[in-house]
Design a binder for this molecule. Structure first.
Ligand code: FAD
Length: 584
């Protein structure tokens, strides 16, 4: 199989899923959409029912005496969101905002288009319903740095850990019988499982050969080494925020979930947030609603849409708002400081492992996955991470082309083989990038998508480091296991790089600039310390909070799912205790 036939298979599956959607077979899991009247009031309005917003709305509505309106631009998660094996099929669908990045200096090499599409979930559960299901906590030093930035001790790791424990339902005997058990919860709403499939062990031992220890669990305190991956999957269901937090709360009479409703503006009077404007299609017409918040508005629209909404509402950089004719309410660096992990893809072909590809069930993660975190100077703070997918060419072609958008010829060079050999598809990324991107308004109209300038390798140090990380990672080819299975590194045909020696830094720099991909861990665009304070209140505007990935001041040493859920758990407690002190 080559990439174009893999792509045509993907389109056929997407078509079948669109037909299946008519049956609404998972509809019973989700709250019904509330009937809301123009002018109605609620104690709290949460904008965005995504990863963070679902947590906040669910936790606040635990108190039956307060009313919570959750406004979500998308609808129910489709079947393919619930089923781990189908995670690839949400991109470029109605469950996605279908945004693209603006062209950047490195966006043109080896990818299909300079405007690179990226997924942002537009469903209940948001991006937690569309992401790649890897769960991690970050590193204790990340949180201690946040505490320093905000001058707020409650962000120190020891004060954040109870919220991880509160959210997690970790289910793995070996982890729970180990030292690592103290860092995990077992009674929270988010089900977590470890990949215990045997095939992974050989690979872990190969990295152990390279002096990289095998760990039961990589958590925020013990995070250097190689370990089996942990997924937010349980009993075959994706544990999105919608599944874990909204589904169990769906019968509460004080929680109003308003679906397919877009917040276009936060209404601010005398520097106080008093409500939101919402646009919703009613029949064939678009209707505008004005809804009042008695206590607070909480914006949880994600690292791209939150800055857009704040800026449309008059909160943002003065010059930028003026250029769009938006009256200024608070001059804050909204949209700046966009961070992400930028990865390079490395592929090994195990030439002596000819096998029939396994048939993954719907509930399985559709690859065997292990994770590594490496500190080059042997400290306890890792420099780079790797997510490693053991799989076979036909499956990997789809990831290469659909998830990562590489050109068909690149994917064919790396992955199309005439035999079924086991392959290792690794995503290698620096954990502490210096580069920063930004989100800007394209226009003052809510209908227009924001302009997203990603940060990839804007700082030379980031690409220099990436070369070091990839070179360190590929040393594993010398391990006894990789030698025994005839591991060979696969390269795309790179005319610009081919005149350089494969041992040289210059070759790897050239390779990386081709095989680079964002990890989509977007954060930082309404950061603590510059846009919001340590309790996530927008500076200079009363009764307005931001709770999502955009408040993260410095990207953590992991994906964002675990950290964002934990931020939202913590924020819910801030809101509850501040709410008790408000007098109305
Ligand atoms: C493809 C992909 C794969 C990823 N894989 C992983 C992974 O495996 N592990 C990991 O840890 N992290 C991963 N991440 C990152 C992680 O999933 C996200 O960072 C995190 O889920 C973001 O949460 P959030 O609450 O900030 O935003 P979201 O979850 O995106 O929530 C925002 C919500 O607000 C809604 N919304 C936006 N604007 C409006 C509006 N104006 N009115 C009403 N509603 C609105 C959206 O529809 C959405 O539901 C991945 C991200 C992507 C894109």
């Amino acid at each position: 199989m080559n990439t174009s036939s893999a792509l045509s298979q993907v389109e056929k599956v997407k078509l079948a899923l669109r037909l299946l959607a008519v049956l609404q077979i998972t509809q019973y899991l989700w709250p019904r959409s509330a009937e809301i009247q123009d002018g109605q009031s609620f104690d709290y309005i949460v904008v965005g029912g995504g990863t963070a917003g679902a947590v906040v709305a669910s936790r606040l509505s635990e108190d039956p005496s307060i009313s919570v309106l959750l406004v979500e631009a998308g609808g129910d998660p489709p079947f393919e969101s619930d089923v781990p094996k189908l995670m690839l099929y949400l991109k470029n669908t109605t469950s996605d905002w279908n945004y693209t990045t603006e062209p950047g200096p490195y966006s043109s090499r080896c990818v299909k288009s300079v405007a690179r599409p990226f997924v942002q979930g537009k469903i209940l559960g948001g991006t937690s319903g569309a992401n790649y299901l890897h769960y991690a906590q970050g590193h204790y030093r990340d949180y201690n740095t946040w505490a320093k930035i905000t001058n707020d001790e409650t962000w120190r790791w020891e004060n954040v850990l109870p919220y991880f424990i509160k959210a997690e339902k970790f289910d793995d005997v070996s982890v729970l019988c180990s030292q690592a058990a103290q860092y995990h919860g077992t009674e929270g709403p988010v089900g977590l499982m470890r990949d215990n499939r045997p095939i992974i062990q050989n690979y872990l031992e190969a990295f152990q050969d390279m002096q990289k220890p095998i760990k039961d669990d990589l958590n925020a305190v013990d995070s250097v080494g190689y370990a089996r991956d942990v997924y937010n999957i349980q009993d075959g269901h994706r544990q999105s925020s919608a599944f874990s937090f909204l589904s169990p709360a769906r019968h509460r009479s004080n929680l109003f979930v308003w679906k397919n409703a877009l917040v276009t503006k936060i209404v601010i009077e005398d520097k106080t947030a008093v409500g939101v404007e919402v646009v919703k299609n009613v029949g064939d017409t678009e209707k505008t609603y004005s809804i009042r918040a008695i206590k607070e508005v909480i914006v949880s629209a994600g690292a791209i849409n939150t800055p857009k909404l704040l800026m449309l509402s008059g909160i943002g950089p003065k010059k930028h708002l003026r250029s769009h004719g938006i009256p200024l309410i608070a001059n804050l660096p909204v949209g700046k400081n966009l961070q992400d992990h930028t990865a390079a893809i490395v592929v090994f072909n195990m030439t002596k492992l000819h096998e029939n590809p396994p048939i993954f069930s719907f509930s399985d993660y559709p690859a065997f996955v292990f994770r590594g975190s490496v500190s080059l100077n042997k400290s306890d703070y890792p420099d780079y991470s790797t997510w490693n997918y053991i799989n076979f060419p036909n499956a990997l072609l789809k990831y290469c082309s659909v998830s990562y958008d590489f050109q068909n010829s690149v994917c064919d060079d790396m992955l199309a083989t005439s035999v079924n050999t086991q392959m290792l598809f690794s995503v290698v990324f620096g954990l502490h990038p210096r580069s920063r991107g930004k989100v800007l308004l394209r226009s003052p109209f809510y209908q227009d998508s924001p302009m997203v300038f990603t940060a990839a390798y804007l700082e030379k140090e980031d690409i220099d480091n990436q070369v070091k990380y990839v070179k360190d990672f590929i040393r594993v080819i010398n391990s006894a296991y990789f030698q025994s299975v005839g591991a060979e590194l696969k390269y795309p045909s790179l005319p610009k790089c081919n005149c350089k020696h494969k041992e040289d830094e210059e070759f790897w720099r050239c390779y990386i600039l081709c095989m680079t991909t964002p990890q989509h861990h977007y954060c930082g665009t309404s950061a603590m310390g510059s846009v919001v304070d340590g309790r996530l209140r927008v500076m200079g505007v009363d009764r307005l909070r931001v709770v999502d990935a955009s408040i993260i001041p410095i990207i953590p040493s992991s994906g964002l799912l675990g950290p964002v859920i934990t931020i939202a758990e913590k924020a819910a407690d801030f809101i509850k205790s501040d709410g008790d002190c408000l007098n109305f």
